[in-house]
Design a protein around this ligand. Structure first.
Ligand code: ADP
Length: 492
């Protein structure tokens, strides 16, 4: 064990690291829709390397059952009382890469999509929350810290501290990580009472009410022992009106308990030296393979194969969060003036998908898109592009910019949240920095940052030092895990 942790434990009168249970809706590689799954999948492994017993509990989604059913061990089952509903809850156990994952089985709630949307999704995760709380005393593992993630599991602290008097659930420490504050789990008071038996006194602004609704995330912010989010900048931002989505007041009240820990990436999975998903391999010193990846990408996506023309790329959910409206605003201007190619992999709002289809038609061989989800193509894009564009309106952490840098693809980002914390503006005179940044959510500022990137691209030496800086940056998860370890120990 690290000396720092031993000393911290000693100062708390403890000798052992606390056991940690991460509760979440998704966990890579079992079930993934976004960055949350990557964190929940990677953090326990890195915590184990630090000496923690860290395990995970997630729903036994259909997609997991389809793939892993023969490796899962049934532990026990019970019935969950969810208002008038009496629902089966099976607790299954799966060992994956040395990490124990508990799976909550219920064919009705988890037999279809990971997220149902709307009121159904509230019921799905109210069930999951109650099942986790009721299962805790019977697991073959006694956690002392419950690490909750986003609104889907944000109710665990409140349930533990208000509905299990004298029980082990009441004595646990709860940490809430906010991965995206825009999603909060809002429901009517009546539904909150019905599903989880919430007492009237808690359906007030002092507790889990916000704007006339019950709010799972607010319940978590009030009752969790510590609140953290996925970058220091986002931790500061969510305490402001602009980013707080209504939760800024409670977060400001609890400012001493709010912190930010930047996520890391799986350096083994995202590794240009040995990534099996790309046609040629390379590293910082020998980048010939990157040129081969670029040619393969251009060919596969129907772009003119030309090593000299820079490719700007995005791999993204096409929502307002990710700044696609800025791209839509200036793409014609850029394509009209500059020699460049633009490529997008993603799906989301129809208006943005249609914009891309039309742009592809207007600029055949220079613009292309793949509307959908494709992890192999994503890695080829990270490897084969020159610039990676991420003009987010808000970005709690963002993993894509870190992945891009690992593959020597230079990020162009808006200075917000985790983008501000991971991409340092490039200074061509000192040679310091890792990307191009712009401050305001403004299409023309973004265009200027892209043009600054284009001007660097013309100078091979400058471009080379920039790529070197990117590939040198270390975004491994070990750093995040150490910060989480400190956070866990601080709660005692
Ligand atoms: P968020 O979690 O907000 O969507 P992040 O940048 O934190 O954004 O993480 C997104 C992850 O999902 C990255 O690993 C990215 O490569 C991947 N991803 C996003 N869209 C797609 C897609 N259409 N196909 C393949 N991978 C995708």
């Amino acid at each position: 064990m690290k000396k720092e942790f031993r000393d911290l434990l000693k100062s708390k009168g403890r000798s052992e690291l606390p056991a940690v249970l991460l509760a979440a809706a998704e966990c890579a590689p079992l079930a993934k829709t976004g960055g949350l799954a990557d964190v929940v999948g990677t953090l326990p492994k890195s915590l184990q390397a630090l000496g923690f017993d860290a395990r995970v509990i997630i729903p036994y989604h259909r997609c997991i059952k389809n793939k892993y059913a023969d490796r899962v061990e049934h532990l026990f089952y019970f019935y969950v009382q969810l208002g008038w509903r009496r629902e089966y809850a099976g607790i299954e156990k799966l060992e994956l890469d040395g990490v124990t994952i508990y799976l909550v089985d219920n064919e009705h709630y988890f037999g279809d999509r990971i997220y149902w949307g709307g009121e159904g999704e509230i019921e799905q995760y109210a069930f999951f929350s109650r099942a986790v709380m009721d299962a805790l005393p019977n697991l073959d593992f006694a956690p002392e810290v419950i690490h909750c993630n986003d609104w889907h599991t944000a109710m665990l602290p409140m349930l533990g501290k208000t509905q299990y008097p004298g029980c082990m659930q009441e004595r646990l420490k709860y940490i809430l990580t906010i991965h995206n504050i825009a999603f909060q789990g809002k429901l009517s008071y009546a539904f909150a009472k019905d599903l989880l038996g919430i007492e009237d006194k808690y359906l007030t602004d002092d507790y889990m009410a916000l704007g006339g609704c019950a709010n799972f995330m607010k319940g978590g912010c009030v009752f969790a022992d510590r609140i953290n989010t996925v970058s220091p900048s986002y931790a500061r931002e969510i305490m402001t009106d602009y980013y707080g989505e209504g939760l800024e007041s409670i977060l400001k009240t609890r400012a001493d308990d709010v912190s930010g820990i930047i996520n890391g990436i799986d350096k083994d999975f995202f590794n240009p030296r040995k990534d099996p998903r790309i046609p040629a391999h390379y590293d910082r010193g020998h980048r010939k393979g990157k040129a081969a990846c670029k040619a393969a990408l251009q060919e596969q996506m129907g772009l003119h194969v030309d090593p000299e023309v820079p490719i700007f790329a995005m791999v993204t959910r096409m929502t307002e969060q990710k700044g696609f409206d800025l791209v839509a605003c200036v793409l014609d201007d850029l394509m009209g003036r500059e020699e460049m190619q633009f490529m997008l992999l993603g799906s989301g709002e129809e208006r943005f998908e249609n914009f891309m289809r039309a742009a592809e038609y207007r600029y055949k061989g220079r613009v292309c898109s793949y509307i959908g989800y494709n992890e192999n193509l994503a890695n080829l894009i990270y490897a084969g592009s020159d610039f990676y564009l991420m003009p987010s309106r808000f970005e709690p952490c963002g993993l894509s910019q870190m992945i891009a840098m690992r593959y020597g693809t230079v990020p162009i980002v808006r200075e917000t949240g985790g983008l501000r914390d991971t991409v340092m503006p490039f200074n061509r005179y000192t040679g310091e920095g890792t990307g191009f940044c712009f401050a305001n959510y403004d299409a023309w500022e973004m265009r200027d940052a892209m043009r600054a990137a284009l001007s660097c691209y013309k100078n091979k030496e400058v471009m080379d030092s920039l790529i070197q800086n990117d590939m040198k940056a270390d975004f491994g998860f070990e750093h995040s895990a150490e910060e989480y370890a400190r956070l866990y120990l601080c709660t005692f």
